[in-house]
Design a protein around this ligand. Structure first.
Ligand code: GLU
Ligand code: ZN
Length: 498
């Protein structure tokens, strides 16, 4: 697959800092990163910030912090530098100008002095006459030297346009999609490479940089396929070797539409805030459009750094399933050691105002006790707040219906609370085993002729003020017997009121 087996693999992630890093973007980053690692190559980060209007500092910070959080280190790029820097395009503008002018000297590109008004006129006429030919009319393609001099003398600043052949076809090979061929006449006619203010367009900067940075494989989103023929024409114009292309399958939502905000949050920052672990994101997102053997699901970063292959990338669109990510995240939470998990949940408890910041000794102890039971229940770290709110905020449930389990009624629920509390509290005070107390409660449900939940639900709601909560005995342990008793009595009173 490699042009030479001695050639070092060099790949890049080349985002434009015009928005937050999203699932699709980091999927591209991860594929490139793992491919580089697995082949003993280099992973390069390049910031494509030629679009200064859409640029934002926030996006750039988000890029760095997201890759950092995922533990993705780049071998060359901003901050770390490297032999082919700078790696931020806005710091390379002189270079693009130099290369665009080289093409002019070689006759592969030319100056165009057309005014915006003229171009608009041309466009209008094409629309009106329903001309098959749309786009720039190559008015300046064959200006004489003296005409050019005259324009320049008048102080008109030209753009530089690539001379796209009007005949023939251009083919580029994509490792996944095979050969992709397009008629040259269908490639945008003589696109601008350098704008009149000296700024490069995306295509020029992208190709010049991939060449100068010795990129061997271009793995990027499929939406760039239409740009492929133009890029190949550019490489050919320069007389450069074309890198290998591998356009990645689209990332879709479950409904088969391109993944977007309509499906839910797509910004990695939002996932992070909700309490997804970096290893879960990294694992699951790498499986969106890639597999090793069609069945292995759990991969650590270290494993992927060894086993990632380009052959495992799927051709067909890939589905990003939020539920599956939740499942992965839950699995990774359960694998976390308790100490790390305590640190991970602390910010959520602090933000909820449940503990003080910095933590007191009592808070630390409580958090250490909270960890084992919540570990089994959380899908995302922020779940710790609803799961433990009963410990910190005592807001009793006053709606009787919440206590009444399916298939039970008010009368039986009242009985379950009164008799159940007695069984529970006596058992706890006498040091009875939890399993035995549980059996006694089950026996009570049989006596009342209701389902097991008819007894457990009201007790749980009374103690935890909620229907979603930790296991009963864990809750009691955290709350203490005295407070448990208070809450059970309070619920009994609610049912005794008429
Ligand atoms: N800057 C482009 C983007 O944001 C990168 C395209 C490429 O990888 O060639 O998607
Ligand atoms: Zn022109």
């Amino acid at each position: 697959m490699f042009r030479s087996r001695f050639m070092e693999v060099r790949v890049r992630y080349a985002p434009s800092p015009t928005g937050l890093q999203h699932i699709g973007g980091i999927r591209t980053a991860l594929f490139n990163y793992f491919f580089a690692r697995a082949n003993g190559g280099k992973f390069i980060l390049r910031v494509e910030d030629t679009d200064r209007e859409r640029y934002s500092d926030e996006s750039l910070d988000d890029l760095y912090s997201t890759l950092d959080w995922l533990g993705i280190k780049w071998d060359e790029g901003p901050v770390v530098g490297g032999p082919y820097g700078p790696y931020i395009q806005s710091e390379r503008f002189d270079l693009y100008k130099e290369y665009a002018e080289k093409l002019v000297d070689m006759g592969k590109a030319y100056y165009c002095f057309c005014t915006p008004e003229r171009l608009e006129e041309v466009r209008k006429q094409q629309v009106e006459s329903k001309s098959e030919y749309q786009g720039y009319d190559r008015h300046c393609a064959h200006l004489s030297d003296s005409e050019i001099k005259e324009y320049l003398r008048q102080g008109i600043k030209p753009v530089i346009r690539l001379r796209v052949p009007t005949e023939g076809k251009t083919t580029f090979h994509d490792i996944l999609m095979g050969d992709i061929t397009r008629r040259n006449r269908d490639v945008s006619p003589d696109p601008i490479l350098l704008k009149s203010d000296g700024f490069p367009t995306y295509h020029l900067a992208n190709v010049v940089d991939d060449h100068l940075m010795h990129i061997t494989h271009i793995m990027r989103a499929q939406e760039w396929i239409p740009s492929g023929p133009l890029h190949v024409l550019l490489y050919e114009a320069f007389g450069w070797e074309v890198p290998q292309y591998c356009h990645l399958p689209m990332v879709m939502g479950k409904d088969g539409q391109k993944l977007s905000k309509r499906h839910g949050s797509t910004a990695v920052r939002d996932f992070r805030a909700k309490g997804y672990l970096p290893e879960a994101i990294l694992n699951y997102v790498t499986l969106v459009g890639w597999s090793l053997d069609g069945s292995t699901e759990f991969f650590s970063k270290e494993a992927l750094e060894k086993c990632f292959t380009m052959e495992g990338i799927h051709k067909s669109p890939a589905v990003f399933d939020y539920k599956k990510l939740d499942w992965f995240n839950g699995q990774y939470i359960r694998q976390c050691d308790d100490k790390r998990l305590a640190e991970l949940i602390t910010p959520y408890l602090e933000e909820a105002g449940y503990v003080s910041s910095p933590l007191s000794e009592a808070d630390k102890n409580l958090i250490a006790q909270i960890v084992p039971p919540v570990k089994e229940r959380m899908k995302v770290l922020s779940d710790v707040v609803p799961l433990t709110s009963f410990l910190f905020r005592d807001v009793p449930v006053e709606d009787k219906a919440t206590y009444i389990a399916k298939g039970s009624d008010e009368e039986n629920t009242k009985e379950a609370l009164i008799e159940g509390s007695e069984i529970l509290l006596a058992g706890l005070k006498n040091g009875k085993a939890e399993s035995e107390i549980e059996e006694d409660l089950v026996a009570l449900s049989q006596k009342l002729g209701i389902k097991v939940n008819g007894v457990f639900q009201p007790i749980r709601v009374a103690i935890t003020n909620s229907t979603v909560s930790l296991p009963l005995f864990d809750s009691i342990r955290l709350l203490g017997i005295e407070e448990t008793e208070n809450r059970l009595k309070r619920a009994e009173r609610l049912f005794e009121e008429k």
